[in-house]
Design a protein. Structure first.
Length: 387
């Protein structure tokens, strides 16, 4: 510091020109001040600050960018490494004495076959559950097999779908002899009576095996009385036997339009729709006549079978129980068991299958099916009972 002060004093004595910049303003300190150490430090700081300002001004004018110190600079983000391509590696086979890894226990297995697929793959079981409607299509009606009894009943609402009644034709009593001189007037038959007459003739022809002539007779009966339920059922059954499905469907639809309170028409029409693959249309047809099926076990069993095929197991159980409360049947207990098993109500399903076996009404194919179901539900039932 003393050397710099001495240099400044020499410059003042010589009156030499001062350098440009900050140093041009510097003056020599008095001798006493120059010897004071505090002034020395202040002068050093002033000169360092002036030099720094001069360097900054020079760098800024020339647009030079100086690198920041490492502790002030923001660290650059590391480049994202490329996503490695995963390859499926097959693990080496385990030794015979090695245990399988835990992951092997959670490998998803193939889904179990659904009830709908099982019924589709087992036509014997499927057709047995649809037996009420099939029986109507094949047997026509009880009236065609027993015509005299069918037409001798008074007009009343049919108690069963399979046994429709018709309007009775009252048998006239023996007429007393007419008084002499009085002419006897012939009583003309009503359309209903003419329909009954044509129906009787058609039934006789059917019993003789003349199905074509019987069909014409049933048609004539319907021309006289469109509401002749027994004649319409008989004609629809014959048409279905002859594979005249279109005409049979038209006949049944017309019957439901005339009288929606005829479950027999609804069941036969629903079976036609089911055979076409339209199960939803079949269910709609049956629901239309549902309010008028009180006491009709066949109707509820057929409805339950359709609901089972449509995977609506809770509704199927309800209709099966209604049908069984009216008329127990081994096949219906089997259908109830299938629906309960699909709902995983295994103890109830086991009881239903057991009652189905005890009924003694199953053929060998159905017995084998029910025995298999008993084996499936029996262990589960024992475990549930123990719990």
């Amino acid at each position: 510091m003393s050397l710099i002060n001495q240099m400044l004093m020499d410059l003042e004595k010589r009156r030499a020109p001062r350098p440009d910049g900050v140093l041009s303003q510097a003056r020599a300190l008095p001798t006493q001040l120059a010897r004071d150490p505090r002034w020395r430090f202040a002068l050093i700081a002033l000169i360092a600050l002036a030099l720094a300002a001069a360097v900054f001004t020079w760098v800024t004018k020339r647009g030079i960018t100086l690198p920041l110190p490492s502790f002030l600079s923001t660290p650059a983000q590391a480049p994202t490494p490329p996503t490695p391509t995963t390859k499926e590696v097959t693990p080496p086979p385990l030794p015979a004495n090695a245990s399988a890894p835990v992951q092997a226990a959670i490998v998803p297995t193939a889904p179990a076959p659904t009830v709908e697929k099982e019924l589709k793959d087992n036509p014997v079981v499927s057709e047995s559950l649809l037996e009420p409607a099939s029986r109507m299509s094949l047997e026509l009606s009880t009236a065609t097999q027993e015509p005299e009894r069918a037409v001798s009943k008074p007009a009343a609402k049919a108690k069963s779908v399979a046994q429709p009644t018709v309007i009775a034709k009252a048998k006239p009593a023996a007429e007393p002899p007419s008084p002499p001189g009085i002419s006897k007037q012939v009583k003309q038959e009503t359309p209903q009576q003419q329909a009954e007459e044509e129906y009787r003739k058609a039934v006789v022809l059917l019993q003789q095996g003349q199905q074509v002539e019987a069909q014409e007779g049933f048609r004539r009966a319907l021309k006289f009385d469109r509401n002749f339920t027994a004649s319409r059922l008989a004609l629809a059954g014959l048409l279905l036997q002859g594979r005249q499905v279109v005409e049979a469907e038209r006949l049944l639809r017309e019957g439901l339009e005339l009288d929606i309170r005829q479950p027999g028409f609804a069941m036969m029409l629903a079976r036609i729709q089911l055979d076409k693959g339209d199960i939803q249309a079949a269910l709609v047809t049956l629901r239309r006549t549902l309010p008028y099926t009180t006491g009709n076990a066949d109707y509820h069993a057929f409805m339950a079978a359709l609901l089972l095929r449509d995977a609506r197991y809770t509704d199927s159980v309800e209709h099966y129980r209604t049908a069984l409360s009216l008329k127990p049947a081994g096949v219906w207990y089997m259908g109830l068991g299938v629906s309960l098993q699909a709902l995983q109500r295994f103890p109830e399903a086991h009881d239903a299958f057991q009652k189905s076996m005890e009924s003694g009404e199953l053929n060998p194919e159905l017995q084998a099916f029910v025995e298999q179901r008993l084996k499936q539900t029996s262990p589960i039932k024992k475990q549930a009972t123990a719990d």
